[in-house]
Design a protein around this ligand. Structure first.
Ligand code: AMP
Ligand code: MG
Length: 349
């Protein structure tokens, strides 16, 4: 299949392209599209055959449910059997935006879309291209991240093409995804809301609106043995080809340790990549150093994480050493992705 790539300007949307992409989705085809989090691989959420195609194109295990994207808040009531008051509070505060909520599903949603679960994940993105496409497709677009299963999520159309060219009908190119990490996921399907995946909408932001939230043990677990409530969180994710290790500690100690590890590996004939920040990049004397941006600007770090992880696959690096990013807000989401990418390999210095 030939994949068509169409450029779109969110400020002056070409509605002919949107209509064409919407038609592809309504006819059961697949269209990758930009959202404010990462690129999504879209199919008609109400068509089980489309969901099967999504799993096949990504090489994704079919027990890993898809997030259903809507463009109008009222559409949630057609696919969610119950919308509790905490969910309404979160929707009012953070939709449209990078927040996914898990509800008990109605019969309108096929089991193929939810990986056989009785619940459905729903998000209303703020990206204008995404919103227009969802409307043109009939209102319900299932879209996991638009990467081959196991690889880092995609934040540009070029990255989508790297993984999915020839496997899907169309890619809408709306430029770089602003946030760069997948949505926060909160389960509101039973009792007290639980955070299943951290993202740009943080625990503190949500607690300011609806009070205390729980966090699924798998989000903060130091090992991958804890069974997560979001099925997808159990799979190895984001892993670069090279072996990635996170080095954690005081900045000076981290720099010294990474320099030492790099020198040792190079002496043994290996190539080393280093994930640094603008503040520290100049301090690494050997290895291939890539900066995620200014540590003082969390948004820059999150926006560039997947791009940098991906870019190491185009190098001959055998090992990658990364600085650590635990901070109060989106840093937790960055660390959650980085830990998975590293297979939880961390050195404390
Ligand atoms: P992605 O679309 O690649 O961002 O992955 C979607 C994430 O949402 C995966 O980790 C899924 O396991 C999770 N998810 C989707 N639907 C549900 C659901 N009904 N219950 C729990 N987790 C879900
Ligand atoms: Mg994904």
């Amino acid at each position: 299949m030939e994949t068509q790539i169409k450029k779109l300007d969110a400020k002056a949307l070409d509605m002919n392209v949107i209509a064409e992409a919407g038609r592809v989705l309504r006819e059961g085809g697949l269209v990758a599209f930009p959202t404010e989090t990462v690129y999504g691989l879209g199919g008609d959420a109400l068509n089980p055959a489309s969901s099967e195609k999504i799993y096949a194109a990504k090489g994704r295990p079919s027990d890993n449910p898809l997030i259903v994207h809507i463009a109008r808040e009222e559409d949630v009531y057609r696919i969610a059997a119950k919308v509790p008051k905490e969910a309404k509070g979160l929707m009012e505060a953070f939709w449209p935006g990078p927040l996914t909520l898990i509800f008990p599903k109605t019969d309108l949603v096929p089991g193929k879309t939810t990986g056989g679960l009785a619940t459905v994940a729903v998000r209303m993105p703020s990206d204008k291209v995404a919103q227009a496409l969802i409307q043109a497709a009939g209102g319900f677009v299932a879209a996991p991240s638009a990467n081959a299963s196991g690889r880092p999520s995609t934040t540009t159309a070029a990255h989508v093409a790297e993984d999915l060219d020839g496997r899907i009908e169309m890619i809408l190119d709306g430029g770089q995804a602003v946030i760069g990490l997948e949505s926060t996921i909160v389960d509101v399907s039973e009792g007290k809301p639980v955070i299943l995946r951290p993202g740009a909408i943080t625990k503190a932001m949500m607690e300011a609106v609806i009070g205390p939230l729980d966090v699924d043990a798998a989000v903060i677990a130091a090992d991958s043995g804890v069974k997560p409530k979001a099925p997808g969180m159990k799979y190895r994710h984001y892993a670069p080809r090279a072996q990635l290790t996170i080095v954690e500690g005081e900045t000076e100690a981290v720099i010294a340790a990474v320099n030492r590890l790099t020198a040792e590996a190079e002496a043994a004939g290996k190539q080393v990549g280093i994930i640094a920040t603008d503040e520290t990049a100049g301090r690494y004397k050997k290895g291939l150093v890539k900066s995620l941006g200014a540590r003082s600007c969390e948004e820059e770090i999150s926006r560039h994480l997947f791009e940098v992880l991906r870019s190491f696959d185009e190098t001959d690096a055998d090992y990658i050493y990364s600085e650590s990013f635990e901070t109060a807000a989106i840093g937790q989401a960055v660390m959650n992705r980085l830990l998975k990418a590293a297979g939880y390999r961390v050195i404390e210095v």
